[in-house]
Design a protein around this ligand. Sequence first.
Ligand code: ADP
Length: 357
Amino acid sequence: MDTEQIKAALKTVKFPGFSRDIISFGLVREVQLNDGNALVGIEITTGDEQVPEQIAADIKTAVGALEGITDVKVRMEISQPKQQPGAPDAAGTGKQAASATMQKVKYAIAVASGKGGVGKSTVTVNLACALQRLLEDAGKPGVGIMDCDIYGPSVPLMLGASGRPEIENDLILPVQNFGVRTMSMGFLVDDDTPVVWRGPMIMKTIQQFAQNVNWGELEILVVDLPPGTGDAQLSLVQTIPLDGAVIVTTPQPAAFNVARRGARMFEKVNVPLMGVVENMSYLEAPDGTRQALFGEGGGQITADSLKVPLMGQIPIDVAIREGCDNGIPIVISDPDSAAAQVFMAVAKQILEDLCKN
Ligand code: ADP
C-alpha cells in the first residue's frame, strides 16, 4: 500500500454534481500514509457547506475500502468565495454581480429558444465569433461563451474547443479557440453521462459553475441557455446578470407561441429583449431562387408581437452544419457566405444596442 494507490482511489471521488473527480479538479493538496493511517488534505473554495461534507464522506468510503487502510482522516481547508451571488457589485457598474469572477465581464447576453433543435447553439457560436471579430477590430476585450445547455452541451464541439479546462487558484480557466473563451457543461460531463438532473440540482451546479470560472476581462459573455422556458431557465437568468436576450426561432408561424413564452420569462426578470433571429429561413438553389422549407413568417410575427426587431434571417446551408461538426463556425471558415454576413450584421446590432445603455 502506498500513497499512489490512495490517489488512485481518490480519482473515483467525484465533485458533487459533476462527473469530474477531485484530483482532476485540483482539490487534493496532500496525501500521507503512516502505518495504515491515511491522511488526505483538501483545499476547496465553496459557500456550500454540504459540498465539503459530501467530499469528506466519499473520501472516507473510497480510501477506507483499500486493503491495509485502518483509518482515514480528511483535513479540509475551506475558503469562502470572494463574493456571493447577488452581493452588491464592488466595481460599481450598477449590476448585481453573479460572482467575483464576473467582475471584469462588461456585458452578458443570453441566447434562448422555446424548444430544442432550432439552431440556438449554432447561432450562439457564430454570433460569438462575429462579435469577437468586431471587437478585435475595435481593439476591445473579447468574447466568452457560457454553455449552460446541459441537455446537449454542443458548444465546445462547434467551436473546436476540445480538451479539459485547466484549474488555476481553484478557478476553472475557459478553453479558447478563435479568440473566444468557452466554458461548457460539456467539459465537465462525460459524453456517456446521461444528464438526469432536475431543476434545483441544475441550478446549484450552474451557480457553482458560474462562480468558479475565471473569465478574465471580457467585453461580452454570451450565455447559451437550455432550450425551453421553464423554472430551470427562469432561475438561471436570475443567477447571471444579463444585459439583454436574443430569441432564436424557426420560420414556422406556430413557433411564435413558444417564443412568446420565452419573452415573458425575460420580462419577469427585467432582462430587455434585444431581438429575434430566425434560423433555417430558406434554402437558396444554385439559380438563386429561395425555397421556404420550414414555412415563412415565424421570425417576423414573433418580432412584431414582442415589439423588437427581427435582427436577421439565417439561410439553411450545408456549410453551417458542416462547420458545426468540424468545429470551424461558418463565420470563420467562409466569412463571405450569405449566412456569415447575416451573423455579422446581427452582431453589429447587438454591439450598437449594448453601447446605447
Ligand atoms: P439547438 O441548440 O437549438 O438544439 P443546434 O444549434 O444544436 O440546435 O442545431 C441543430 C442542428 O442543426 C445542428 O446539427 C446544426 O449544425 C444544424 N443547423 C443549425 N442551423 C442550421 C442552418 N441554418 N443550416 C444548416 N444546418 C443548421
